[in-house]
Design a protein around this ligand. Structure first.
Ligand code: NAD
Length: 359
């Protein structure tokens, strides 16, 4: 089904309200999910709704929570999410970090007891909008750790994303480097399985440690393990994510048994003001010159132009705002089933899907 961003937002908000969220929370969480779709990361879009409903039913996600300060050391803070929506908790934590970094130059915070935060880039973008640089380490606690450490054939790690953002200038786009350390986001394996496609090579091993491209092994048989991208390099980054985002924050690491009923994220973030380290105009012109230099590399055959991190998402957003967002049949069926389970009537859903009179 092809839907406009506004329709996705209205449907997702209504669904979240039916699942127990106050209107403001529903609006914020829906915006984060729809942004996931718009930016081309459907694995972190409204397809998460059925999982969130499941988490609520299991008591692993509690609507209408806010970030509370568990520890305060001035520029360092630990926030507790009370098992609330990660989108709300992380946004509130970054709001504090932005204020703190503007005042004192730097802020560092940890998040614990926080349900899925979604696309990590969203929080980097929030800091970048305030002219601040940020670095985010995230770990993922969910049912089973499905990523093998380098050289291993059994899962021990999460998909464990890392995000680094550098605010753009009038001439240069904001750099949003934001990816899982696992070779493939789990959602992308599911999409391949639903579509009857094979996985790219080098992403997955069976239980004997032999490489395979069959997504059924992962989705249907729950066997084998995902690999990290880049061999031991991202495998090492994932271990660091577990330690910084999981152990240091007290959020928990993959061998912990707690919270496996939902999708929980620990996060450790550093937000700082580059203007405290040097002349901001010089930095901006250096950035412009560097990005131009990088992008001036002639592309290899089949590539239109060299892009920097964050550009593919911006291009996807332009296209999807213009043409609509395509939700695959499997995900759409799951979303519709979840709407009725959450208590929305078919007539209510139908009404939300109707084009608005302004369309
Ligand atoms: N909350 C969680 O538990 C969790 C877990 C894993 C991933 N995620 C999120 O899932 C999303 C997708 O992760 P992923 O690993 O599939 O991302 P990905 O493999 O699509 O990589 C995305 C990154 O690579 C850059 N990029 C992509 N193509 C490029 C190109 N041609 N040239 C230059 N840069 C390019 C993008 O701008 C972006 O920074 C991310 O937003 C991540 O935060 C969240």
């Amino acid at each position: 089904v092809l839907l406009r961003a506004e329709t996705l937002q209205a449907l997702t908000e209504a669904m979240l309200v039916a699942m127990g969220s106050e209107r403001e929370e529903a609006r914020l969480v829906a915006k984060h999910l729809v942004d996931g779709n718009l930016k081309g990361h459907d694995s972190h879009g409204i397809g998460m709704l059925p999982r969130y409903l499941d988490s609520i039913q299991r008591g692993a996600l509690v609507p209408n929570q806010h970030a509370t300060v568990a520890r305060d050391s001035g520029a360092l803070r630990l926030f507790d999410g009370g098992h609330g929506y990660g989108q709300v908790i992380a946004t509130e934590a970054v709001t504090w970090a932005v204020e703190q970094a503007r005042e004192g130059g730097i802020a560092l915070f940890g998040l614990r007891n926080t349900h899925h935060i979604g696309r990590v880039g969203a929080y980097g973008e929030q800091a970048a909008e305030a002219g601040l640089i940020s670095v985010h380490f995230v770990n993922v606690l969910t049912i089973g750790a499905r990523t093998a450490p380098f050289g291993g054939r059994e899962g021990r790690l999460g998909t464990d994303p890392i995000c680094i953002t550098v605010p753009g200038t009038d001439a240069s786009p904001t750099i949003v480097l934001d990816f899982a350390t696992a070779a493939l986001a789990y959602g992308k394996v599911k999409v391949a399985y639903n579509a009857g496609e094979q996985l790219p090579p080098g992403c997955y091993v069976d239980e004997d440690g032999r490489e395979t491209t069959d997504p059924a092994l992962f989705i249907r048989d729950h066997k084998g393990a995902m690999l990290s991208f880049g061999g031991y390099k991202a495998s090492g980054l994932a271990v660091v994510c577990e330690l910084l985002a999981g152990a240091v924050t007290g959020s928990g690491v993959t061998q912990a048994s707690a919270f496996r009923d939902g999708v929980h994220n620990g996060m450790l973030s550093i937000v700082f003001d580059p203007a405290r380290l040097g002349d901001i105009d010089e930095l901006r012109s250096e950035m412009d010159a560097h990005i131009q230099w990088v992008k001036s590399s002639p592309p290899v055959p089949g590539v239109e132009q060299v892009l920097v991190a964050g550009e593919p998402e911006r291009l996807a957003e332009q296209a999807r705002r213009r043409d609509g967002v395509l939700i695959d049949d499997g995900s759409w069926e799951e979303i519709l089933a979840a709407t009725s389970e959450a208590g929305l009537s078919p007539a209510q859903v139908e009404g939300l899907l109707e084009p608005s009179p302004r369309a």
